[in-house]
Ligand binder design. Structure first.
Ligand code: NAP
Length: 214
C-alpha cells in the first residue's frame, strides 16, 4: 500500500506517518524542510515536481492532505486579520489541497481502490459559528467545499474522497489545552480512512466517526 501524507514532519501528519509505517505501508511523507521527508511546499506549484519524481509513476492508494496553517489565532477584528494573512492561509489550506490532489491524480488512478483524505476542521461548519478566527474558519470551509466537489467529480473514476475533523488535538496548532492527544486522533483517523469507500465518498466526519453538520 502506497500512502502519501503532506506535512508529515510534526503533529497529526507525523502520527499518521508512523501508523502507516508500522502497518508496513510504503509511506511518502512530505515536509517543507525536506530532511527524511520529500521536500514539498504545497503553496508552490513548482515544488510538486520533487514529489512526482519520488513517486516515479507508482500507484497511490491513499493521499492524506494534512498540511495546513492556523495563522489568525487571537487576531483582533478592529485592526487584525491583514490581507496577507488571508492570502497565506488560503494558499496553504485551500490552493495547497487542490494542487496536491491535481498533481497526484495520475498516481491515484493507477491504484485499485484509491482514496483521498482531506483534513478540514469542525471550524468549517456554518452550523457551529461562534465568531473569531475568520480566516482559518473560511479557509477550512473552502477546504470542505473543495473536498465535496472533488468527491462528485472523482467518483466516476473510482476515487473516494473523505473530509475529516481530527478533533481538537494537542499539537503546535491545537495547543496544550486541546481535548485529545495525537495518538487518539491518528488512531481514529486511520479507522475512518480504512472505512472510506465510493459508498461514503463526500463524507465529513470527526476522527471518532461522528458526522459533522455543515
Ligand atoms: N490540531 C488541531 O486541533 C486541529 C483541529 C482541526 C483541524 N486540524 C487540521 O489538521 C491538520 C494538521 O494539524 P496539526 O495540528 O498537526 O498542525 P501542526 O502541528 O501545526 O502541523 C502542520 C503541518 O503542516 C505543514 N505545513 C504547513 N504549511 C505548509 C505548506 N505550505 N506546505 C507544506 N506543509 C505545510 C507543517 O510544516 P512545517 O513544519 O514546515 O510548518 C506541519 O508539518 C491541519 O490541516 C489542521 O488545520 C488540526
Amino acid at each position: 500500500m502506497q500512502v502519501v501524507i503532506t506535512g508529515a514532519n510534526r503533529g497529526i501528519g507525523q502520527a499518521l506517518d508512523q501508523r502507516y509505517r508500522a502497518r508496513g505501508a510504503d509511506v511518502t511523507g512530505t515536509s517543507r524542510k525536506g530532511g527524511e521527508f520529500v521536500t514539498l511546499d504545497v503553496t508552490d506549484p513548482a515544488s510538486f515536481s520533487g514529489l512526482t519524481r519520488a513517486l516515479d509513476s507508482r500507484p497511490v492508494d491513499l493521499l492524506v492532505c494534512n498540511a495546513g496553517v492556523y495563522l489568525d489565532k487571537g487576531e483582533s477584528l478592529a485592526d487584525g486579520y491583514p490581507a496577507q494573512m488571508w492570502a497565506d492561509t488560503m494558499a496553504a489550506n485551500v490552493t495547497g489541497v487542490f494542487l496536491t490532489v491535481q498533481n497526484l491524480l495520475a498516481n491515484l488512478q493507477l491504484a485499485g481502490a484509491p482514496k483521498i483524505a482531506i483534513l478540514s476542521s469542525i471550524m468549517a461548519s456554518d452550523e457551529r459559528a461562534p465568531g473569531g478566527s475568520y480566516i482559518y474558519r473560511a479557509s477550512k470551509a473552502a477546504t470542505l467545499n473543495l473536498g465535496r466537489n472533488l468527491a462528485a467529480d472523482l467518483r466516476h473514476i473510482g476515487i473516494a474522497v473523505g473530509i475529516y475533523h481530527p478533533g481538537w488535538v494537542t499539537t503546535d496548532m491545537g495547543g496544550a489545552a486541546a481535548d485529545i492527544g495525537v495518538d487518539e486522533s491518528a488512531d481514529g483517523l486511520v479507522a475512518r480512512f480504512d472505512a472510506l469507500s465510493l459508498e461514503t465518498t463526500g463524507c465529513f466526519l470527526s476522527y471518532d466517526g461522528t458526522p459533522i453538520a455543515y
